[in-house]
Design a protein around this ligand. Structure first.
Ligand code: GAR
Length: 195
């Protein structure tokens, strides 16, 4: 039985969830964030990684889609789980096969609504607003070969007002993300490894 589990976080942009996850697991003995990976050379998450003293890795989209160079780094670092925290590329099948049921994504809406290609960040909140929905939320799910399609392991909801702007909806959803994403990761990994 393993005594500890290593996480790699993949993020494409700001990285506020990545930072929140790093901070949550810093005092933890059995689950540790090993590294942060990004496909954007100028992503703000790289500055966060630097500040948090977490090793970071950049890869371009072609390297990600073809070959095994990312997989080789993940294996060399003994990564057990991949956490997608605002990561916008589709995960290639070599990673899905190497990490079955071990890639966890957060989606900023109540799947199965508002998922699929192109549905990320404010695009999602805009679609929710345009539909006039009275609620939104977060979905934390396992990743398979289709966008936003794997088994959902956690959802939480927030109430929306008709007057909410896209940025107000985003703020409500982010609040849920900060509150629940680390705990959902913790619960899932503990059940798989330590119970
Ligand atoms: C988060 O709201 C996350 O749910 C979303 O991107 C944002 C990243 O924020 N992910 C997707 O839309 C994936 N389809 P952050 O970079 O500040 O953590």
């Amino acid at each position: 039985m393993k005594t500890s589990v290593n996480l790699a976080i993949f993020a494409s942009g700001n990285g506020s969830n990545a930072e929140n996850i790093v901070k949550y697991f810093t005092p933890y003995n059995t689950i540790r964030v090993d590294s942060i990976f990004t496909n954007k050379v100028d992503a703000y998450v790289l500055e966060r990684a630097n500040r948090l003293d977490i090793p970071s890795f950049y890869f371009n989209n072609t390297d990600f889609r073809t070959g095994d160079s990312i997989l080789e780094i993940l294996h060399a670092r003994h990564i057990d789980y991949i956490i997608l925290a605002g990561f916008l590329l589709k995960i290639p099948s070599n990673l899905i096969m190497a990490y079955p049921q071990k890639i966890i994504n957060i989606h900023p809406a109540l799947l199965p609504k508002y998922g699929g290609k192109g549905m990320y960040g404010d695009n999602v909140h805009r679609a929710v607003k345009e539909a006039g929905d009275s609620k939104s939320g977060i979905s934390i799910h396992l990743v398979n070969e289709h966008y936003d399609d794997g088994a959902i392991i956690f959802q939480a909801q927030c109430k929306l007002e008709p007057s909410d702007t896209i940025s107000q909806i985003a703020a409500k959803v982010h609040k849920l993300e900060y509150q629940y994403f680390p705990i959902a990761i913790e619960d899932y990994i503990n059940k798989q490894n330590f119970s």
